[in-house]
Design a binder for this molecule. Structure first.
Ligand SMILES: Cc1cc2nc3c(=O)[nH]c(=O)nc-3n(C[C@H](O)[C@H](O)[C@H](O)COP(=O)(O)OP(=O)(O)OC[C@H]3O[C@@H](n4cnc5c(N)ncnc54)[C@H](O)[C@@H]3O)c2cc1C
Ligand code: FES
Length: 269
């Protein structure tokens, strides 16, 4: 059964917004401490785009960090369509409302704690929630290996890689075209790591095809895997059924309420 949403709408004000890679923008928004403090790693927010009466739906976005003391959320997003392009064009001081906290967030399975090793795998703009996952695993005392993939060096959010290194993760970067790090896919690097280490968990976010590959490699290695899924969303709180996720056992779950993080074994990839 889908849980009940505890989300509220809060005002936000843009504090910083700037491009951080080709087509990718980082926004720091000021939000009430009540929202920032309620957001667990892997949850998401649904952002209203101001000055756009034609655009009724909000933009679901994960966050890289949520700081209750500073009243801040750090978002990193690709400008792929009208709403995300408008968000990228906002100026400091502008704002509207943001709905949250939404979704379930990452969790560490039994056995993933101090003394264990976890691997996180990010592709493209899947990196922000993976940074939050790595921070959570490091806080729990896990050693963390991170694999970060991008199409090309120009598309890589380097600030996310820097933050993973600052957290003490061992980071492997892959690019499809070899312009940065190893040439190839994140799954190639993951296969190598799985041959070297026993992992208590694998946490992943990125393109669906990448996460399906990560889930397969984790299953073959006997490693528990969680994936943060993306679906088209309208309401973000269980009211519209636009965000269905097909389940391996049959039937559907709601990405916004039962996810966005799923046990990879539950998903019909
Ligand atoms: C829980 C969740 C967390 C997300 N976190 C991030 C994030 O941290 N950074 C980030 O860059 N993006 C993230 N996204 C995706 C982001 O919400 C979409 O890119 C955005 O809604 C596109 O809106 P638009 O009006 O600019 O583009 P549209 O004009 O709506 O779409 C442009 C293109 O993107 C595709 N698209 C639109 N929405 C989605 C979606 N939800 N999933 C997959 N494809 C989509 C469309 O099919 C189209 O091809 C997240 C999505 C979800 C569901
Ligand atoms: S987005 Fe409306 S039910 Fe999930």
């Amino acid at each position: 059964m889908t849980p009940e949403s505890k989300a509220c709408a809060f005002d936000y004000v843009v504090r910083e917004v700037a491009p951080v890679a080709e087509g990718v923008h980082r926004m720091v928004m000021g939000v009430p401490a009540e929202l920032a403090g309620a957001l667990a790693p892997g949850m998401f927010v649904n952002v209203e785009v101001p000055h756009n009466p034609a655009h009724l739906t909000r933009v679901p976005l994960s966050f890289a960090s949520a700081d209750a003391a500073a009243g801040e959320l750090e978002l990193v997003f690709a400008a792929v369509g009208d709403a995300t392009r408008r968000l990228a064009a906002l100026r400091p001081g502008e704002g509207a409302t943001v709905l949250g906290p939404l979704g379930n967030g990452w969790w560490l399975p039994e056995g993933a704690g101090a003394g264990s090793r976890v691997v996180v795998v990010a592709g493209g703009v899947g990196l922000p929630p993976v940074v939050a996952a790595a921070r959570m695993a490091r806080s729990a005392g896990c050693a963390v290996d991170a694999v970060v993939g991008a199409q090309s060096a120009s598309r890589l959010w380097r600030g996310g890689v820097d933050e993973l290194e600052r957290l003490g993760c061992s980071v492997t970067v892959t690019t499809d075209d070899g312009t940065c790090g190893l040439r190839g896919f994140t799954t190639d690097a993951l296969l190598g790591l799985m041959g070297e280490h026993a992992y208590a968990a694998c946490l992943t976010c990125g393109p669906n095809v990448m996460m399906a590959g990560v889930a397969r490699i984790a299953r073959e290695g006997g490693t528990f895997c969680e994936a943060s899924l993306e679906r088209m969303m309208t309401c973000g709180f269980g009211a519209c059924s636009t965000c269905n996720v097909a389940l391996a056992r049959g039937g559907y779950a709601s990405c916004c309420m039962d996810g966005p993080v799923f046990d990879a074994e539950e998903v019909a990839w």
